[in-house]
Design a protein around this ligand. Structure first.
Ligand code: PLP
Length: 287
């Protein structure tokens, strides 16, 4: 089926949506994005995604041409037009097309480019990987130092996914210069020790995951202790459990780090429980 996508106010067949070669998203990776999950045809944590989008835009002095109400209506329209029950909506806003290539930002008369499209993922809740858990390797974090801004510069995360694929595993977690885990290629990273959930604190060195915020809130409500501090791959290998979170993954158990099993080498009770709580609560609050 041909998808209907959104481009600057229009709903178009995906084959007809065209963006200029001078668009700064294409030439400079000058743009930001958000990915919102869809469950039961409804949007998960839409408010959180819009808040982070607004922050990312502000950090880059990029003006959003479309208000929150319009963004919500557009997301709902894409879900309806494409018949999405489970899946994601990808939204990208770039600094638009100044008509030539220049490092300087164009003036505000150049409109931003707004693009959005759906991805249909029928088994997001029953993802096979959530039953087996995923395996990861660790690699140095060589990204720029403002990864708290959700920009479209995803080359190094792509290289991290390729490194994982070449190593025969599912994903990579990045480590900082001191050898401590920052986050995954496209997810936040956690370990579990007894009743304690450990994850790096918010800063410029990780993306402030919308799923992370919700999962930590639910974890505290369920009487888990939350410790926001860095941990090493060694500590992860000696932990009871590990997991990753992202809008598209929910809570994903990690069962192997750098070739060593974590805990029993199977998804553990804490990650499994947090995944259930997260899906239940977010489904209830979906709009
Ligand atoms: N960290 C990085 C680098 C990401 O790219 C993502 C999501 O794309 C996340 C964390 C998780 O963020 P969220 O839970 O908002 O999807």
């Amino acid at each position: 089926m041909t998808r209907t996508v959104y481009l600057n106010g229009d709903y178009l067949p995906e084959t007809e949506a065209k963006v200029s070669i001078f668009d700064r998203g294409f030439l400079m990776a000058d743009g930001v994005y958000e990915v919102t999950s869809v469950l039961d045809g409804k949007l998960i944590d839409f408010d959180g995604h819009v808040k982070r989008l607004t922050r990312s835009l502000g950090e880059l002095e990029l003006t959003c041409p479309i208000g929150e109400g319009e963004l919500l209506a557009m997301h709902r329209e894409l879900v309806a037009r494409n018949g999405i029950d489970q899946g994601m909506i990808y939204l990208q806003i770039t600094r638009g097309n100044p008509g030539d290539r220049s490092f300087l930002f164009p003036d505000a008369s150049v409109p931003a480019t707004v693009v959005a499209f759906t991805q249909d993922i029928p088994n997001m809740i029953d993802a096979p990987a959530a039953k087996t858990g995923i395996k990861i390797i660790t690699i140095p974090d060589l990204r720029w130092s403002r990864v708290d801004i959700k920009t479209v510069q995803l080359l190094y995360p792509s290289m991290g996914k390729m490194a994982a694929k070449k190593a025969g595993v599912d994903d990579s977690w990045f480590t900082d210069e001191a050898g401590r885990v920052t986050e995954g290629t496209s997810n936040n990273a956690y370990i579990v020790k007894g009743n304690r959930i450990i994850t790096r604190a918010l800063g410029n060195d990780i993306l402030h995951g919308i799923t992370r915020a919700a999962v930590l809130r639910f974890a505290r409500e369920a009487q888990f202790e939350v410790e926001e501090r860095p941990f090493t791959p060694e500590e992860a290998k000696g932990s009871d459990e590990a997991f990753s979170t992202a809008a598209s993954l929910f809570v994903m158990p990690v069962v192997e780090v750098d070739g060593k099993p974590v805990g029993t080498g199977k998804p553990g009770p804490v990650a499994t429980r947090l995944r259930e709580i997260y899906i239940d609560e977010m489904r209830r609050a979906a709009i």
